[in-house]
Ligand binder design. Structure first.
Ligand code: ADP
Ligand code: MG
Length: 465
């Protein structure tokens, strides 16, 4: 029904493979881009030394774990936030405000609920001072292109998530930007809808009908990146966002997910994302280059990964069922999970001493095996000892013990962490520390006065580990 326009287009213009050769024009360029956000007493870098070019004809994916600075980089490229240092240029001209050559599609659709589809799509043109008749015409074309024909007078609330995101695309495409910017545009959609929309977009792109010259896609989904991109820029998160590696995809379009080359590239990107195979590290320590030696760990150099005890226990059990050894890529695949879901858990298992990453595999340690097989009481004891390896948990326990009544306001820890992390990062880490400490019965947390309290029933296990 609504996809008639698109289906017609598919029937008449079959997509030739690699029909959009990169023509070399540099559309976007960053040189030495650094971006910092305000911390308590100084600026905290979230991106550093980013040198990146986006050329006409290419789809570039910015791939990385949550918090690695993907959205920040995209916003800098779009001129929505200023660089702290370095330059961002559009066709050679440094930006001083919003980038005139880009339009953005967001994860959440950001449609105005009181406007119809047609009116929402026209918004972008109105801002550019385009006249009413021309606006209406251009909007109809964009709506048609993106498969929304027949929905012009519908309101957002009448639409499914997939249809709303089509409006998001139409609204960006109607201005015919040189570069279409997308920030995880499929991740709020259900799997099938996302798959469908991805496929349709790429068909449009390959057919040459797409009214933009390049695409920059932010994603934490490796398969999505390999499926859509010509170039994959992997961002690493520690200590702040840098370009960790760039992959040239070089696979024919439309891409064949079952091909050996496709799977091989996914494996290689996985290895880079898990961060254990970065070159240039001291031999012998190559397995966990990002980890800090146990005795040198501090809350500042070893942030807590965003991982719940339930997730950690679940993953440990899963590996235990595989005889204590699992290939990371296969594991994520079998679980139907994305990297973003698995990597913080892997980091947590590593931090707690429950597992070690060895090449592509995750190996349970003896402690990890014991934890995976333990009953609830025993698993709490093991976790309490292991949690001493987490500097923030250790800091909370030791601070509480130094306080005569064994309580402290969360604000105390927030202040300590604020010297090293942004407030978002601090909030996430305290949430994790609360979850871990509660489970381990090391301390409790009262949301009402926002107070941590030493779990006195458990004075013994505090000395464990
Ligand atoms: P990603 O998109 O890869 O998840 P982001 O670019 O959203 O990463 O965030 C990178 C880091 O910058 C995160 O740690 C986040 O907490 C922090 N951050 C993002 N936006 C802001 C902001 N407006 N103020 C302070 N910190 C921010
Ligand atoms: Mg983001």
């Amino acid at each position: 029904m609504v996809l008639n326009a698109l289906r017609g287009l598919r029937a008449t213009t079959p997509a030739p493979a690699n029909s959009r050769p990169v023509d070399g024009d540099v559309l976007l360029e960053t040189v030495g881009l650094t971006k910092s956000y305000a911390g308590a007493d100084r600026e905290l870098p979230v991106l550093s030394g980013i040198d990146l070019q986006v050329r006409a004809g290419e789809v570039v994916a910015l791939l990385g774990k949550s918090g690695s600075g993907k959205s920040t980089l995209l916003r800098c490229l779009a001129g929505l936030v200023p660089a702290s240092s370095g330059t961002v240029a559009y066709k050679g001209t440094p930006l001083t405000g919003a980038n005139p050559g880009t339009a953005m599609v967001f994860q959440t659709f950001a449609l105005l609920p009181w406007l119809t589809v047609q009116q929402n799509v026209e918004l972008g043109l109105e801002a550019k001072g385009v006249g009413a008749a021309e606006r209406a015409d251009a909007a109809r074309q964009a709506i048609d292109l993106i498969g929304l024909d027949g929905f012009e007078s519908a309101y957002p609330k009448e639409l499914s998530g997939g249809m709303r995101q089509r409006v998001g695309f139409a609204r960006a495409l109607v201005v015919e930007p040189d570069v279409l910017m997308m920030d995880e545009p499929f991740s709020a959609l259900d799997v099938l809808t996302a798959e469908n929309l991805r496929g349709e977009l790429m068909e449009l792109w390959e057919s040459g009908q797409f009214p933009t010259r390049a695409i920059v896609l932010v994603t934490h989904n490796i398969e999505e990146a390999v499926l859509m991109a010509d170039r994959i820029v992997v961002l690493g998160a520690r200590p702040y966002g840098t370009i960790r590696e760039v992959f040239e995809v070089g696979l024919d379009r439309p891409r064949d997910r079952d091909s050996a080359a496709f799977e091989d590239l996914i494996d290689r990107v996985y290895r880079t994302m898990t961060g254990r195979q970065k070159e240039g590290r001291t031999p012998g320590r190559a397995e966990a280059p990002e980890a800090v030696e146990l005795e040198k760990r501090t809350p500042a150099n070893t942030p807590l990964p965003t991982a719940s005890v339930d997730g950690i226990a679940g993953l440990a059990e899963m590996i235990a069922h595989r005889d204590g050894r699992a290939d990371l890529a296969d594991l994520a695949d079998d679980l139907g999970l994305e990297v973003d879901d698995v990597l913080p858990l892997v980091d947590a298992l590593d931090l707690l001493g429950f597992a070690r990453v060895h090449g592509d595999d995750l190996l349970l340690t003896d402690t990890g095996t014991a934890f995976a097989g333990a009953d609830v009481q025993r698993s709490k004891t093991i976790f309490a000892a292991a949690a001493q390896h987490a500097p923030l948990v250790r800091l909370i326990v030791s601070s509480l013990r130094q306080n005569p009544d064994g309580t402290l306001r969360a604000g105390f820890f927030r202040d300590v962490l604020a010297h090293h992390f942004t407030s978002e990062q601090v909030a996430r880490q305290l949430e994790t520390a609360t979850d871990w400490g509660r489970y381990a019965e090391l301390y409790s947390y009262d949301a009402e006065p926002q107070e941590y309290r030493l779990d006195d029933s458990d004075a013994d296990s505090v000395h464990g580990g």
